[in-house]
Design a protein around this ligand. Sequence first.
Ligand code: ITT
Length: 202
Amino acid sequence: MQTTLVIATNNSNKVQEIKSVLNNRFEVISLQEAGILIDIPEPFDSLEENAREKSTVIYQLTGKDCFSEDTGLEVEALGGAPGVKSARYAGEPADTAANIEKLLTALTGIENRKARFRTVISLMLGGIEYQFEGICEGQIATEKFGSGGFGYDPVFIPEGSKISFAGMSMEEKNIFSHRKKALAKMIQFLTSENGENQTTNS
Ligand code: ITT
């Protein structure tokens, strides 16, 4: 039985990365493909609550099994900032270049560059929510490198690599990625008996 899932995100880079990891294991439909053009609110102070909000809104709209994810960049020397505020670190409207500039300025002269990406996936299956976390440890570079990826990728160097995420192909990023790790947990759940028994729209 093929499981069909709506991906509750408006970020096309995330959709691409998610599809590359799921690799046709499940049928996935992006919001754009489902014809849903709404800006899903992220009003809370935690990745867990925001992820739940996004999947709940899309489940209510579509009545279909779906999953969302919320991701934050947590920088040790900044007490975990920008964290849940990563998309709008430099203010409204969300601006990637301004976010990176603010981050590099905040870390000027600071030796401790330790940071991590944390992703929380919220899966809505038959109206029941399940969460999966993925973490990628690394550090913030002193300047931008690479032209691939999105968001903070040009300044994030994952542990075990010498180059930033933006210098990697999607497949290389997937070796390290927070998103990939959270997705792997979701895949394991969905392919276990527990997950298969919960799907409603397969
Ligand atoms: P949705 O809420 O529609 O899923 P979003 O772009 O608002 O999309 P998030 O709130 O989860 O996504 O992400 C916050 C920001 O963190 C995002 O705008 C990016 O700038 C950054 N980000 C997320 N994942 C990233 C990744 O894998 N690499 C680099 N930056 C990332």
